[in-house]
Design a protein around this ligand. Structure first.
Ligand code: AMP
Length: 381
C-alpha cells in the first residue's frame, strides 16, 4: 500500500453516486482533486458534480475495474458494494476503507459478532435464518423484538417489529426469505452518534457528538454538540475509537449508539463512511466530514474537527414535494440556515432529498426553528 499522500490533481474514484458522494465531490473539486463515480445512473447526485461517470451497477465487476483504471484511490458512498468486488479492485488501486472492513460491516450478523468479539456493548440479538430459528431467537431477545435483514437494509427498510401478541412467523415472512437478525427493543433515553476519522497512519480525530431524533425510522434531526457530561463523552469516544482501530478503518466512520437511563451506551450500528448525522459538520466545523474523509483516504494529515458554532440539521424527505417543489424562500430568508439539495429528480415518499443546517449556538431554539420550517414546507391537503 502506498503511503505517499495523494495531493490535489489526483483522481478519486467513488463507488455509488448518492448525496454522500456528491458532498465529497463538491469538496474534492474545491480542493483541486478530480472525481470519477460509478453508479447505475449517469444523472445521479454525485455525477452531476463530478469529472467523469462510469455507468454500471455497484456489483458489476467490469464496470468497477474500468473505474479503478482511471483513478488513484477508490472510496465509497455506500457500504453495500460487495466486499468481493472491493477485494478485486484492491489488486488495481488502493481502496479505502478496504474490503476487509466492508466484509465485517455489510452483514449485520458479522457486524454483531465482531462487536461481541471486541467486547462492545449492544442490544441482545440472535440470528434468524428461518421460522424454526425464530422461536429460539425471540426466546433470547424477548418481545417486542425487531427483525432486521442482514444485508442492504437502511432507513428502516428491511425491518419489522414483532409485538408481544403478534404472529411472529407472519412478520418474518414480510422479509421475503431474507436472512435476518432479531434484536431486543431498547428503551433508550436518546440516540447519539460519534463521528470520527482515522487516517492512513492510524491517527484519529473525533467530531463533537451528535444527538439524533428519528421519525418513521429515518433520521429527522441532529443537534450538535450533544449536551453530555465529560465522563460520558469519554466513554462514547472510547467505544468508537475501539471499533475503528479493531477494524483497521481508514476514513470517516459513524458509530450510532443508544443511551440508556442509567448512562449505559449500546452500539446500534456502524457506518464505515460519512454519515447523515455528520452533515452538520459542513458549515459548523473547521473541517467538514467530507473534507476529513478525503484527507484520510488521500493519506493527508487530518483536519481540525472543532465546531465553530452549535448546529441543528433537519432532513428534507420526499414527502415534502407531494404538491410540487417546497417554498424554499422560507428557508432562504433565515440568515442562520444553509440549504442543501441533492439533485434527485424523483422525490418519492421517505427518500432523502436534501437537508437544512441551522448555525446557531442555541440549539434548542434551532430545533424549534427546524420544526417550524418543516411545518411551513409541508404541503397542505
Ligand atoms: P437502524 O436502521 O438499525 O439504525 O434503525 C433505525 C432506527 O430504528 C434507529 O435509529 C432507532 O431509532 C430504531 N431502532 C433500531 N433498532 C432498535 C432497537 N433494537 N431498539 C429500539 N429502537 C431501534
Amino acid at each position: 500500500m502506498t503511503m505517499t499522500p495523494l495531493v490535489p490533481g489526483a483522481t478519486i474514484g467513488v463507488l455509488g453516486g448518492g448525496q454522500l458522494g456528491r458532498m465529497l465531490a463538491v469538496t474534492a473539486r474545491q480542493m483541486g482533486y478530480r472525481i470519477v463515480v460509478l453508479d447505475p445512473s449517469a444523472r445521479c447526485p454525485t455525477a452531476q458534480v463530478s469529472d467523469g461517470v462510469v455507468v454500471g451497477a455497484l456489483d458489476d465487476l467490469d464496470a468497477a475495474r474500468h473505474l479503478a483504471k482511471q483513478v488513484d484511490v477508490i472510496t465509497l458512498d455506500t457500504e453495500h458494494v460487495p466486499a468481493t468486488i472491493l477485494a478485486e479492485l484492491e489488486t488495481i488501486v488502493p481502496v479505502r476503507p478496504g474490503a476487509s472492513v466492508l466484509r465485517t460491516i455489510q452483514d449485520r450478523l458479522v457486524q454483531k459478532e465482531f462487536l461481541d468479539r471486541i467486547g462492545m456493548p449492544q442490544a441482545a440479538w440472535a440470528p434468524v435464518g428461518d421460522a424454526t430459528e425464530l422461536e429460539a431467537a425471540l426466546a433470547k431477545v424477548g418481545r417486542p423484538a425487531i427483525l432486521k435483514v442482514r444485508r442492504a437494509g437502511y432507513d428502516g427498510k428491511g425491518q419489522v417489529r414483532i409485538e408481544p401478541d403478534a404472529d411472529a412467523p407472519a412478520q418474518l415472512a414480510r422479509l421475503r426469505g431474507e436472512l435476518a437478525v432479531a434484536e431486543e427493543v431498547v428503551n433508550f433515553t436518546r440516540e447519539i452518534s460519534v463521528i470520527l476519522a482515522r487516517g492512513l497512519g492510524g491517527e484519529i480525530q473525533i467530531y463533537p457528538i451528535a444527538e439524533n431524533a428519528h421519525r418513521r425510522h429515518i433520521l429527522h434531526t441532529t443537534r450538535a454538540p450533544a449536551a453530555m457530561a465529560d465522563a460520558q463523552r469519554t466513554r462514547a469516544h472510547a467505544v468508537a475509537v475501539a471499533v475503528a482501530e479493531a477494524l483497521g478503518h481508514v476514513g470517516v466512520m459513524a458509530v450510532e449508539m443508544f443511551e440508556l437511563a442509567d448512562g449505559q451506551l449500546l452500539v446500534n450500528e456502524i457506518a464505515p463512511r460519512t454519515h447523515n448525522s455528520g452533515h452538520y459538520t459542513y458549515g459548523a466545523c473547521a473541517t467538514s466530514q467530507f473534507e476529513q474523509h478525503l484527507r484520510a483516504v488521500c493519506g493527508l494529515p487530518l483536519g481540525d474537527p472543532r465546531a465553530l458554532t452549535g448546529a441543528v440539521m433537519v432532513n428534507l424527505i420526499g414527502d415534502l414535494w407531494a404538491a410540487g417543489p417546497p417554498a424554499w424562500h422560507h428557508v432562504l430568508a433565515r440568515p442562520e440556515a444553509r440549504l442543501h439539495l441533492y439533485g434527485k429528480d424523483a422525490p418519492a415518499p421517505g427518500r432523502k432529498m436534501g437537508h437544512i443546517v441551522l448555525l446557531d449556538d442555541d440549539t434548542e431554539r434551532s430545533l424549534a426553528t427546524a420544526e417550524g420550517l418543516i411545518s411551513v414546507l409541508t404541503p397542505r391537503s
